[in-house]
Write a protein that binds this ligand. Structure first.
Ligand code: X2X
Length: 349
């Protein structure tokens, strides 16, 4: 009697063990199905806050998952042959697993992301935060979630400032005839055309040599990119106008197919790592740019770069000249989303 009971108990334990093993091997997201490497796409590498933040994310993920999830960064948009405007499509198609991407580069596929490129929408850093950390940010994350990616955190490329090799720019008239390299959204072509410049669209990979050779006179990018690429010495960009006409947030995402292959515990680790890396990345991107600490701007000035700081009154002329572009593109972005953004900014603390 006692022996039989013991036997049954023994079978029970065995059955439970077999079941547990079966669950381990069959359930989606079992460690057996993890890839040896997950490919993370960025446009710039670790000499820039953007790339450093992406790498930090990969390191934190490796640490938090005990090495189960091994993310490797591929900067230079190299997974799409340098064509950064194809990054989001490659992410959806599975050629990229993970990305820290710019709203500008993904805007050809997600029209709402043009919001951040509406000229003079965001007057300061609090305005960026009011969008990304509020209702507008949540709404955009919902849109992304419907397009085969899992958005995890907002990072920042930064306010895009204008540089050129020819002359200081303080009024729209100063831009007249300057050949300016712009990024992937047609909105930028229209903005610079409205300002009287001669814009030309090209990838970042092509931009630096084009500026260095003098084929192009100017460009617009955040301080982190300007300094990381040493545009003053490497690309003749001796004149810099701090006008903050648009700001470019970054988004930390994982492809949905990849996300689903991970256990809930690993998903949580990846999400927390993204949140932490993004917070640190934003701090890096803003370092020395936010009053009262403008040491980064002063360092650039000390290297012999002419810095023109536009006052609010100076900005009005640029704002006026680009008003029609704003209105036209607000329709593309979606009038409701734009109104919500304007209201969020008006209410910012
Ligand atoms: O191409 C650019 O200007 C850059 C590096 O800022 C982006 O990828 C949006």
């Amino acid at each position: 009697m006692r022996k039989t009971r013991f036997l049954f108990a023994g079978y029970g334990v065995m059955a439970a063990a077999i079941l547990a093993l079966a669950v381990l091997f069959v359930s989606p997201g079992s460690a057996a199905e993890y890839k040896a490497e997950y490919k993370l796409s960025t446009v710039v590498g670790k000499a820039f806050p953007w790339g450093a933040g992406a790498e930090r994310w990969a390191d934190l993920v490796r640490e938090k998952t005990g090495g189960r999830i091994n993310i490797k960064m591929y900067p230079g948009a190299s997974l799409v042959g340098g064509d950064q405007t194809k990054e989001f499509t490659a992410l959806r198609q599975g050629a990229i697993d993970v990305a820290v991407g710019s709203t500008i580069n993904w805007s050809p596929q997600i029209k709402e992301l043009n919001l951040f490129s509406l000229p003079f929408l965001m007057p300061d850093y609090k305005a960026i935060d009011a969008l990304t950390q509020g209702e507008v940010g949540r709404e955009i994350f919902k849109i992304l979630a419907g397009k085969d990616v899992v958005p995890l955190a907002w990072g920042e490329n930064g306010f895009r400032e204008l540089s050129n090799s020819k002359r200081p720019v303080r009024t729209p008239g100063d831009l007249k005839g300057l050949k300016i390299r712009v990024v992937g959204s047609p909105l930028y072509l229209e903005t610079f055309t409205a300002l009287g410049a001669n814009p030309t669209q090209m990838s970042w990979a092509d931009a630096v040599p084009a500026l260095a050779s003098g084929a192009v006179d100017g460009q617009e990018n955040p301080f982190g990119i300007y300094s990381g690429a040493k545009l003053d010495t490497a690309a003749n960009q001796k004149h810099l106008t701090v006008w903050g006409y648009v700001a470019d947030p970054l988004i930390f995402v994982v492809s949905q197919a990849v996300w689903k292959s991970w256990t809930p515990a690993d998903q949580k680790a990846v999400r927390e790592a993204a949140e932490q890396a993004a917070r640190e990345e934003i701090a890096m991107a803003r370092k020395g740019l936010v009053a009262p600490d403008d040491s980064t701007i002063k360092e650039v000035e000390a290297r012999g770069v002419t810095i023109v700081r536009l006052t609010d009154a100076d900005k009005q002329a640029f704002k006026k000249a680009t008003q029609k572009v704003y209105e036209k593109w607000a329709k593309t972005v979606g009038p409701e989303l734009v109104t919500k953004a304007e209201q969020s900014i008006a209410k910012r603390k």
